[in-house]
Design a protein around this ligand. Structure first.
Ligand code: AMP
Ligand code: ZN
Ligand code: ZN
Length: 411
């Protein structure tokens, strides 16, 4: 009887597809500034193929401000920026000083990073994680870094990033990372420089789309198609800007009386003398394309009120408008310098809509799901990885339709 059972077990093991016994993994690919509708552009063919055997969202709604660092970090923590503390790409903290994304010391200082990124959740629960560039991955958060990570270097060729990710995936199952994050900046770079409608954006889409295609093919070659859930996301979209839609702040405000820590298209303003009323009087209602709020009175949909790193005044330009200061230039030169694309605007705008495409053993097949906020990606990834999620602003119930129904997934 016993030997019969052993035989049966051996037969089942051999009959099972390669990888079916392995714990599921997640490869999260961040395509900076890949607007949701870019998926329809001809160059995005591998991404559309991925969506066809998985799920695509009508769009993913970014957090406010629709900038790179706040959103990449919301995606991996499930928290709104007012809760995770990365409230802008540039900010000031009374204890920590200045944060800029080009400042290696700041990005590696754990005090800036609140919440629990998914790689920390994984490492704490005995799974390994690897990141090839992701905001937050260079700091020890709660004392934990991914088992593998790199200091950010935007000049690192995409091919090197791909090769490393495939090497991680090829490690023996008990040492391979269960969670991998990977980042490409091509679409954001081209969108800023040339504007979202330019042919250079199509070339950038083609480059990152080809990278996704090669990664998916590599996963198949490794026999891991039934193990790895591939999730491709963007942090925000891109809007076309132009000189005729420019607000020059010097026209309204003596800039020597304020600190503007981040400017365009969301100005984070602190009056030097603490006189918030004075600055509100100077700016509020003065330009039809500029909304000006006190901290604590920003639209509730922004969820951008409570964190002390939010400045006392937040000014937000309308879609496709630019906020500039003259600096040493003439007013005319400052205005004429505006061009290409920008983001940071109200996350509900279609221009800020972000890509979400996913496919893999835990993901439904051939489904399009309605728009959802990026804070729900963390609970989704925790579910796919069978991890206990940290408490977040996100909810698995908001994205449950992305999952394969029980019984349809691999055993
Ligand atoms: P944004 O203008 O908000 O879209 O910022 C995009 C820029 O952020 C990219 O062009 C990169 O230069 C930069 N960036 C992206 N990821 C990182 C990172 N992990 N560390 C530092 N800078 C980064
Ligand atoms: Zn970005
Ligand atoms: Zn950008």
């Amino acid at each position: 009887m016993r030997s019969l059972l052993v035989l049966l077990w051996a037969v089942l093991l051999l009959a099972a597809p390669i990888g079916a016994q392995q714990a599921p993994r997640v490869l999260l690919i961040g395509l900076d500034g890949f607007r949701a509708d870019y998926l329809e552009r001809p160059a995005a063919l591998h991404l559309r193929a991925l969506a066809a055997r998985g799920v695509r969202a009508d769009r993913m709604i970014p957090a406010f401000p629709s900038k790179t660092f706040p959103n990449h970090y919301s995606i991996v923590t499930g928290l709104a920026p007012e809760h995770h503390g990365i409230v802008a790409n540039a900010m000031r903290d009374p204890a920590l000083g200045l944060f800029r994304l080009s400042d290696r010391t700041a990005v590696q200082t754990s005090g800036w990073w609140g919440g629990e990124p998914i790689w920390v959740t994984a490492e704490r629960q005995g799974r390994r994680a690897a990141t090839y560039f992701w905001p937050g991955s260079e700091a020890a958060i709660g004392g934990v870094r991914p088992s593998w990570w790199y200091p950010y270097d935007g000049t690192r060729p995409n091919a090197d990033r791909e090769r490393q990710v495939l090497e991680w995936l090829a490690l023996p199952p008990d040492s391979a990372p269960a969670f991998i994050a990977l980042y490409f900046s091509d679409t954001d770079d081209a969108g800023h420089r040339y504007g979202p409608d330019a042919p250079q954006v199509d070339s950038a889409i083609a480059r990152v789309d080809a990278a996704v295609g090669r990664l998916v093919a590599g996963i198949a070659r490794l026999g891991l198609t039934d193990v790895v859930n591939v999730i491709v996301v963007a942090d925000h979209g891109m809007a076309a800007v132009a000189p005729e839609r420019t607000i020059v702040l010097d026209d309204y405000l003596d800039l020597t009386t304020v600190e503007i820590i981040d400017l365009n298209p969301v100005a984070m303003i602190t009056p030097v003398d603490g006189d918030v009323d004075r600055v509100m009087r100077a700016l509020h209602g003065r330009h039809p394309a500029l909304s000006v709020y006190r901290r604590g009175e920003t639209p509730s949909a922004f969820r951008f009120r409570t964190h002390p790193r939010i400045t006392p005044i937040v000014a937000v330009a309308d879609d496709r408008w630019s906020l500039v200061t003259r600096g040493p230039r003439t007013r005319e030169a400052a205005v004429q310098a505006v061009g290409g694309g920008a983001h940071g605007y109200d996350p509900r705008l279609p221009s800020m809509a972000a890509l979400f495409v996913a496919a893999g053993p835990g993901i439904a097949v051939g489904r399009t799901v309605p728009a959802f906020q990026n804070i729900h990606v963390y609970p989704l990834m925790a579910e796919l990885l069978r991890l206990r999620p940290a408490p977040t602003d996100g909810a698995l119930d908001s994205v449950r339709t992305i999952l394969r129904t029980r019984g349809a997934s691999s055993p």
